[in-house]
Design a protein around this ligand. Structure first.
Ligand code: ADP
Ligand code: ASP
Ligand code: MG
Length: 412
């Protein structure tokens, strides 16, 4: 007998039929004698709708009330899942974040889990009760207010709960049967991975593969939670294991590149003819940092006259207008001729632990992309990944090109 956490994402609880099917996966584990805590997302599309309503109500709204609104989606599915489980003869009750309680920071809209008290849920296990926990939400203890964990945050709720309960496994049920070499909806030749290392999954998630929230991977890595990504759409009587996120040592076979990720959440800013003298980079990037804007890629090109330089950098698309305004405001102290912006860009990245021991991987990619006529606007590299910024129109072509170039296509 083991303790398990099963998480069901938006498409796995999209309507009552889907909730019933997901409940059969819970039933299978209960019938096998396990103790189960379930974490649910809101019905797919619901959180987007709630977020949209907040924006319509007031573009600049109170973040605490935003959380009060968007946390509601998970309350509905938690209750419905408990009802459906009871209907199957399984004792179950729903738990809202504050009831568990799941304590978080007060960063409304992207709060961090600080502590989970699993006592009440573990008590329920002794009488065979399934706990159905609303994902994505928590409580800030001092203010007594509801918080949410950032989009995709139910993954993090599930892994954190698994750590708190000392669960043997955390199964993330979604609409694909595991982690693939790239988004299988974009590249039909993508291959499912049996295993992927924590570090690689962290990079994949932070570079755009939305199958797991980044923080859930961090938690799984730090607390050594055995986490699987698997499909709720499969026959509950005959499920496949999915993909295990695990330590690097537990993977036998290493490829140079394990996966390709892409993110449209990027915007590019270029300052033309910036004075080429000490202190300029600080004049640009300090105000952005103070405004909590994350600058990612940076390239500096000395212009023809050699006394000035062109500087290109990227920021999250959501911060584009703010970043532009900050730079305009600091125009005097920076001193540049013009500012140009582009939100129609995408960052495509290749990730693989094997890159540590192979030189020239990025260079092969640049060549492959140029042969397809794809212009690279900016580049970043680090130990186990490299990223290129390109025009959004070339996203699919670039992802497919890199996917085959690094031998990731499945055999036809
Ligand atoms: P859920 O609602 O269950 O949390 P998400 O939509 O958040 O599901 O994540 C699942 C989706 O992630 C898949 O439908 C798939 O399109 C996308 N995805 C992106 N990259 C990958 C990848 N490398 N492997 C698997 N799925 C991926
Ligand atoms: N419902 C939330 C969202 O759409 C959390 C989640 O699904 O993980 O972001
Ligand atoms: Mg998700």
């Amino acid at each position: 007998m083991a303790r398990l956490v099963l998480k069901f994402g938006g498409t796995s609880v999209a309507n009552l039929d889907r909730i019933r099917r997901s409940a059969l996966h819970v039933k299978r584990e209960i019938d096998a004698g396990h103790h189960v805590a379930v974490v649910v997302s809101a019905m797919s599309g619901k959180t987007n709708e709630l977020v949209g309503w907040c924006g319509e109500a007031a573009p600049l709204h109170d973040a605490r009330e935003y959380d009060a609104v968007v946390a509601s989606g998970e309350l509905v599915t938690a209750g419905l899942m408990a009802i459906v489980l009871q209907q199957l003869g399984i004792p179950a009750r729903s738990w809202q974040g504050w009831q568990v309680p799941i304590h978080t920071s007060d960063a409304h809209g992207s709060a961090r889990i600080q502590a989970i008290d699993g006592t009440a849920i573990l008590n329920g296990f002794t009488s065979g009760e399934v706990a159905v926990v609303a994902g994505f939400q928590g409580l800030h203890k001092d203010s007594g207010r509801i918080t949410t964990l950032g989009r995709g945050g139910s993954d993090t709720s599930a892994v954190a709960l698994a750590a708190a309960l000392g669960a043997e496994r955390c199964d993330i049920y979604t609409d694909v049967d595991g982690v693939y070499t790239t988004d299988p909806r974009v590249v039909p030749k993508a291959r499912r991975l049996d295993r992927i290392a924590f570090e690689e999954m962290l990079e994949m998630a932070s570079l755009g593969a939305k199958v797991l929230q980044v923080r859930s991977v961090e938690l799984a890595m730090n607390h050594n939670v055995k986490t699987f990504v698997r499909s709720s759409f499969e026959d509950p009587a005959n499920p496949s294991a999915g993909t295990l996120i695990c330590a690097e040592e537990d993977i036998m076979e290493h490829h140079v590149v394990t996966g390709i990720a892409f993110s449209k959440d990027e915007a590019q800013l270029t300052l033309r003819r910036v004075a080429d003298k000490p202190g300029i980079a600080a004049a640009i990037f300090v105000p952005l940092a103070e405004a909590n804007i994350n600058v990612d890629m940076i390239i500096q090109v000395v212009s023809d006259d050699t006394t000035t330089t062109d500087l290109t950098f990227t920021v999250p698309a959501a911060d584009y207008e703010r970043a532009r305004a900050i730079i305009e405001k600091a125009r005097e102290s920076i001193g540049f001729a013009t500012i140009q912006g582009n939100t129609d860009v995408v960052k495509v990245s290749a990730i693989g632990i094997g890159m540590r021991s192979h030189a020239g991987v990025a260079a092969r990619a640049f060549k492959g992309l140029s042969e397809k006529g794809i212009n690279i606007r900016a580049i970043t590299t680090s130990e186990i990944k490299f990223s290129v910024l390109i025009d959004a129109a070339y996203t699919e072509l670039a992802v497919r090109t890199l996917h085959s170039l690094f031998g990731l296509d499945h055999a036809a």
